[in-house]
Write a protein that binds this ligand. Structure first.
Ligand SMILES: [Zn+2]
Ligand SMILES: [Zn+2]
Length: 106
C-alpha cells in the first residue's frame, strides 16, 4: 500500500496541510486478477472508483467529504480570509479583530 499526498484543509488543525490517502497496490491487484482469471478485476474496479479516505498528515483525523478527488484544486474556495489593513496579517473570516495587531478588521 502506498500513500498519496496532496495539499488540503484540515478542519481539526484549522489550516491547510498535507492530507494523505492510501493508494491501491496496482501490482498486487494485477497479480490477483491473473490468478483469479479476471474475477478480481471487479474488486479492483470497485476499489479504484471508491472515494478515497483522506487523512490529515499532521493530526491524522479523517478529512470529511467536500474534498473528493473531483473537488479540484483546494485553496481557491478556502481562502476566506480577512486581511488586516494595518499590518497585513491574514485573519479568519469570522474574526473581528486582527490576531497580530489587535486592531478591528473591516
Ligand atoms: Zn489535522
Ligand atoms: Zn493587524
Amino acid at each position: 500500500m502506498g500513500f498519496q499526498e496532496r495539499p488540503g484543509y484540515c478542519s481539526y488543525c484549522k489550516k491547510n496541510t498535507l492530507i494523505r490517502a492510501q493508494t491501491p497496490n496496482h501490482v498486487l491487484h494485477l497479480i490477483l486478477s491473473i490468478v483469479t482469471s479476471g474475477l478480481w478485476l471487479i474488486v479492483w474496479i470497485i476499489l479504484s472508483i471508491r472515494v478515497k479516505e483522506w487523512h490529515c498528515g499532521q493530526c491524522g483525523q479523517r478529512i470529511l467529504a467536500t474534498f473528493g478527488d473531483t473537488a479540484g484544486v483546494i485553496g481557491s474556495h478556502t481562502k476566506k480570509i480577512k486581511e488586516c489593513i494595518y499590518c497585513g496579517a491574514k485573519n479568519r473570516l469570522e474574526d473581528y479583530t486582527c490576531m497580530k495587531c489587535r486592531k478591528p478588521l473591516l
